[in-house]
Design a protein around this ligand. Sequence first.
Ligand code: 13P
Length: 282
Amino acid sequence: MYTTLKEVTRKAEELNYTVGAFNAHNLEMLPDMIRAAKEQGSSIIIQTSVDTAKYIGHENLVAVCKSMATKEMVDVALHLDHAKNFDDIKEAIDKGYTSVMFDGSSLPFKENIIKTSIVVKYAHKFGVSVEGELGTIGGTEEGIHVDEDKKVYTDPKDAIVFVEATGVDALAVAIGTNHGQYKSKTEVNVPLLKEIDAVVDVPLVIHGGTGVKETDIPELINNGIRKFNVGTELLVAWTKTAKETFGETKETKSLRHNIIPCNQAVKEIVKHKINIFMNKNE
Ligand code: 13P
């Protein structure tokens, strides 16, 4: 079923697992990401940045997610990642995304509340879920770099006020993770996550999932993480494989011979992550 973030995270909360939210970087990799979820018997959140949505076309992304959700009988939510302005959010909602993130994390607290509330009001009219963010997550997102010393961790007291005032369906927390960290692993602040989870009752979201140690994931799940973002790891696997296949290819060889292994590499990572996210190894 083509569904929402709210619905897939509700089920995850009931059964104590987390839903993988995987960034699609091109249309080629998308079907295999959804097939991976089907093979693992899991729901999936497909997410794109604003720029990727414009590059592929919102309607094309919606069409593929909808048709595959029906054909493969998988719960698929399509989410707009890190949108910073209302027009981009409105466009995604109007064109059929089922979930959006308004990232007001760099704004003053009150402004973040006001702008997130406007998004929630609009999105909820169409049954679309909204993720908000408090605190700053390090690293690079679509070329915007957040320096290590500018990182602000999520304050649990602010989280209570923010969730209550905005009505968001999920909250991205800054607990030490970084976007785009794939050469090393981060130290997540689990005590802070516990504090936030104790006072806030919406699903919590991890950004920068590539840089999280896989051995830390069960503890994050046990402390309220219901959406787990992974992007860079997929991007790196696709690109590395493409370098190999395209590097060796004859120019007249059918493209699919070079692209199928790239999609396959992404599929294997999505399957592997979902296996951990579903707590299958417990
Ligand atoms: P990574 O690219 O570091 O896995 O982070 C993905 C993410 O959080 C997207 O918002």
